[in-house]
Design a protein around this ligand. Sequence first.
Ligand code: ADP
Ligand code: MG
Length: 398
Amino acid sequence: MNYNKKTVKDIDVKGKKVLLRCDFNVPMAKDGSGAITDDKRIRAALPTIQYLLEQGAAVIACSHMGKPKGQVKPELSLKPVAARLGELLGKDVILAADVVGPDAAAKAAALQPGQVLLLENTRFEKGEEKNDPELAKAMAAMAEVYVSDAFGAVHRAHASTAGVAGFLPAVSGFLIQKELDFIGGALANPKRPLVAILGGSKVSSKIGVINNLLEIADTIIIGGGMAYTFSAAQGGKVGDSLLEEDWKDYANDMVKKAADKGVKLLLPIDTVIADKFAPDADSKVVKAGEIPEGWQGLDIGPETVKLYCGAVADAGTVIWNGPMGVFEFPAFAKGTEAVAEALSKTGAITIIGGGDSAAAVQQLGYADKMSHISTGGGASLEFMEGKELPGVACLLDA
Ligand code: ADP
Ligand code: MG
């Protein structure tokens, strides 16, 4: 996939109506009050919106929220988003009552440069998730330029994320541009050595990422729950740890493939085990592959921490996906925290992908020390798998 795409800076938007796909899928309070519990995604969209307004564009923003499945669900209206976006921008945000219906069309037609219109939840339309060309065409008809800044949705070929680009000149906003620069840059032309740290819960959910990074990286570090499948595959005892029997052969294949390719593959040499899956479990450190029955591995051990932190110290680029242990329990967050700290100290470009990994880095207080934390969970995984992202592929090449 070509990661080199035109951005808002490469196109003239003065006096034009710009359809801007955002990711305003924000968490809402469960009590039905319409309160937004975290407005991070709305704030993240501000630089592109402000830039477009400064350039003299009229902005028609759109986004999905939740899973209304083609039905109008009042509890999934973007009304609270319009209000919050208005507060953050310091100007009124006009909300359309529909996506491409008469209200949206009339409000889009009347929109003036410097004004912001927000369309209703794109998934209120049945054609959205089907990438219906009629819907895409109707959305495009309201605008003259399409800007995509919804990185969290680029792995989906929907009418508002991909289809619409067939009808308008299409470029990226600043959020997508940064994702392409960092993740795309690391995949296509990394500053070496490239070290990939892979963890999280299951091997099976990371196969695509392991396969792809094995082709690109100089060193691959395995931690988290998936490490026990590698250990068991090599004949180790893993007790009650997370184990995917069906993936043992795959794990061995990967070890062999790494050796054949000259990629350094590091596996844990010790592990922190617990007598139950709980924050207050009894714990001790044992050698990898020597976990007694009744115990389970919940974190990498101190010798492994030293090995892994040493491997990132002189890296040129580090891509990290998947926590090293059950970081949600403070007693088993040490491995993840040590790796985060090591990343904060290296001179390498540091890239964090994956929803839980981003949450871990944030929770442990290292977010502002990383070069890039991807804003898309599923999208960043598919990106690291080397898959084509429909919402990126549809943009104009630079
Ligand atoms: P990401 O969202 O960053 O791609 P994953 O979803 O693959 O990451 O994995 C995150 C989860 O993996 C976390 O909830 C963490 O508790 C869990 N995890 C990490 N290590 C272990 C382990 N040893 N045993 C069980 N779960 C683990
Ligand atoms: Mg996850």
